[in-house]
Ligand binder design. Structure first.
Ligand code: COA
Length: 259
């Protein structure tokens, strides 16, 4: 299958998926999510694939978030349905029968950080930067970030990152277990592929069971994600959200009025 924004490389026992929108720093729009959904359905039918590496095109960004241009055109009251496909993808990845390894080759912001968090492991280049900048748009992370980030880095660090919107570097991400390993710039996919190849030799039924069992330790996430969705929906109807996205696109600082 040929995708507009996904590149798929097949290595027999594992595949490398590249989100390919470098002109927008690989931001996640609805077409990317639709293509990821088709891809996941295809992989479900392919017994040969035992692990997936996911990365972003170029060397500047893994994924710089949800597509803010698209965000800007969400009609009043439609934020929840807009979010639903992305949330479905994040949940499908998290609960997939084979592991996803994120090869983080630059910025992993907002939806990009949330995508990395939905993956089972994360390998980051030395230049990688992580953050949840949604607060700067007058919203909150809407793809499960409030729940998955907190589960991974703990409440204090999650609060700091989500409330300040500031980025952390790869070293700090390692310190807070946000990444499994830091590798030299340009080797992220290779190092993730080495790990994928290793996992691909393991017993498939055991791998599937391990993912289920480990995920069970965070089984309350679903309620948190539903609450996050409701809160996102209300925030998406505010003037502050309109101002935040408009200011980003106009490359200026937003002025929030709390309305
Ligand atoms: N959605 C849509 N377009 C995006 C994007 C996003 N999330 N992130 C970056 N882009 C686009 C920029 O608009 C720019 O497009 P242009 O060349 O047509 O102007 C291009 O990608 C390059 O980004 P730019 O901002 O010029 O690069 P930079 O090196 O100055 O800054 C970032 C890099 C990642 C710090 C900055 O792009 C950024 O803050 N992005 C948004 C992150 C964000 O808020 N994500 C959460 C969204 S919910």
């Amino acid at each position: 299958m040929v995708y507009k924004f996904l590149l798929i490389e097949d290595y027999g026992s594992f595949q490398v998926v590249t989100i390919n929108r470098p002109e927008a720093l690989n931001a996640l729009n609805l077409v990317v999510f639709q293509e990821l959904k088709s891809y996941l359905i295809q992989v479900e039918e392919n017994q040969k694939i035992r692990c997936i590496v996911i990365t972003g095109a170029g060397n500047k960004a893994f994924v710089a978030g949800a597509d803010i241009t698209e965000f800007n055109s969400i009609a009043p009251g439609e934020a929840k349905s807009y979010l639903s496909l992305g949330n479905e993808i994040m949940q499908r990845i998290e609960n997939f029968h084979i592991p996803f390894i994120a090869a983080i080759n630059g910025f992993a912001l907002g939806g990009g950080c949330e995508l990395a968090l939905a993956c089972h492991m994360r390998i980051a280049g030395e230049h990688a930067r992580f953050g949840m900048p949604e607060i700067n748009l007058g919203i909150l992370p809407g793809y499960g970030g409030t729940q998955r980030l907190t589960a991974v880095v703990g409440k204090s660090k999650a609060m700091e990152m989500i409330l300040s919107g500031e980025m952390i570097n790869a070293q700090e991400a390692l310190q807070f277990s946000l990444v499994n390993k830091i590798v030299a710039v340009g080797t992220e996919v290779q190092m993730a592929s080495d790990l994928a190849q290793k996992i691909a030799t393991k017993a498939p039924l055991a791998v599937r069971s391990i993912i289920k069992a480990v995920n069970y330790s965070h089984r309350n996430t679903e309620h948190g994600i539903a609450l996050e969705g409701d809160l996102f929906n209300s925030l998406a109807d505010t003037d502050d959200f309109k101002e935040g996205t408009k200011a980003f696109l106009e490359k200026r600082k937003p002025v929030f009025l709390g309305k």
